[in-house]
Design a binder for this molecule. Structure first.
Ligand SMILES: Nc1ncnc2c1ncn2[C@@H]1O[C@H](COP(=O)(O)OP(=O)(O)O)[C@@H](O)[C@H]1O
Ligand SMILES: [Mg+2]
Length: 342
């Protein structure tokens, strides 16, 4: 019997879907014969005694999740996310450089230096990349510091704000699309696929609109309904970063595909697994054996329902619950996701 640790913090436990996903993960581990324990930041000293560590708290090279990942690595404990993936994905410049190096398709992208910011360089960016442009502060997450700009004045204003946090910013051509594909990749293999439907009020999957936050809908999509090029691009993007677990965002526009972002520590609580009931088992199997392909998804008609009250409070097991109106196989399941706490 092996010991699996799931690293969590207070934020991770603050929402019902996150809690439900954690319980589901614990139950999956236990059903595979492992002992599973939640590791809080104060328990970090337990890490060397584990057989594997699964980090399910917001990762950042500046917080304890990184220390946990590094500690696991130092003691030879297999870990998701590994420190290198956390470091690369936390910085968009680093992340895009990795994608560019492997010729992974991304929107036309420039990195702008603080010293270069003036009306002339702004004009040139519009000439080269078109209008509108998307600006990103490299450490952004949850769409927080991603803005669309359509004029030189707007660009200068947003860029100035972002340059307070970083010496470089990302400037990108705008790719119009109704949804982002989210391709879950585990060690170079497909873990799940879904669509994040962009709310009509914004161009991002999450945004603050008139003081309230709007979130995308999540639609789990069976693998055989995902264009193979999308899956291939997702895998190529994941492989460009490392061999861990990633959520790759892809846009499709005018018949072309573009990787918008590779996320380490992707959301697993938004209903991503509706068509992939073995998702947690696959992750745990990979952590324990180093082989993502050794757990094969049982393509059953078993379907996971949306997060439930019982699971949140650890009452029932977090395994499947049959719904009277369970969607038929191959249907796309849709949930609303709240990314705010991750
Ligand atoms: N070049 C782009 N064109 C159009 N929309 C974009 C572009 N880049 C990002 N977005 C939208 O903004 C969202 C947030 O951008 P992303 O790069 O993922 O930053 P974050 O790390 O903050 O999530 C994306 O999910 C996507 O919907
Ligand atoms: Mg994103």
């Amino acid at each position: 019997m092996s010991r699996l640790g799931i690293f969590v913090n207070r934020q991770t436990l603050s929402s019902s879907p996150q809690l439900t996903a954690l319980v589901k993960c614990r139950d999956a581990g236990e059903s595979m014969g492992h002992t599973v324990e939640f590791i809080f930041p104060v328990d970090i000293k337990k890490i060397p005694k584990l057989d594997a560590l699964f980090i399910r708290a917001n990762t950042d090279p500046m917080n304890t999740t990184y220390v946990a990942a590094k500690m696991a690595q130092m003691y030879g404990v297999p870990v998701i996310d590994d420190p290198s993936s956390i470091q690369i994905c936390a910085d968009k410049i680093n992340m895009y450089m990795h994608l560019m190096k492997k010729n992974v398709s991304i929107p036309r992208t420039k990195f702008l230096k603080k010293k270069e910011l003036d009306a002339g360089s702004a004009c040139q960016l519009f000439e080269e990349l078109g209008t509108p442009l998307v600006l990103k502060e490299p450490s952004t997450s949850f769409s927080v510091r991603v803005e669309k700009v359509s004029s030189v004045l707007e660009l200068l204003k947003i860029a100035k704000r972002f340059f307070k946090l970083s010496d470089w910013i990302v400037v990108q051509e705008y790719i119009e699309s109704r949804f982002d594909w989210r391709i879950g990749v585990l060690s170079g293999e497909l873990l799940y696929a879904c669509r994040y439907i962009i709310p009509s009020e914004t161009f991002k999957i999450q945004a603050s609109v008139n003081g309230h936050i709007v979130y995308c809908d999540v639609e789990s999509v069976p693998a055989d309904q995902v264009p193979p090029e999308v899956i291939e691009l997702g895998m190529a993007a994941g492989n460009a970063i490392g061999s861990g677990m990633y959520g790759v965002d892809i846009k499709e526009s005018n018949g072309k595909l573009y990787v918008i972002e590779v996320n380490d520590n992707p959301s697993l609580e938004g209903g991503e697994d509706a068509h992939y009931p073995g998702m947690f088992r696959k992750i745990i199997s990979y952590l324990m054996t180093g082989d993502a392909s050794c757990y094969r998804e049982e393509l059953s008609d078993q379907v996971y329902g949306p997060p439930g009250f019982e699971d949140e409070y650890g009452l029932g097991s977090a395994t499947t619950f049959a719904q009277a109106d369970a969607p038929v196989e191959n249907e796309v399941y849709s949930y609303k996701i709240d990314f705010s706490e991750r």
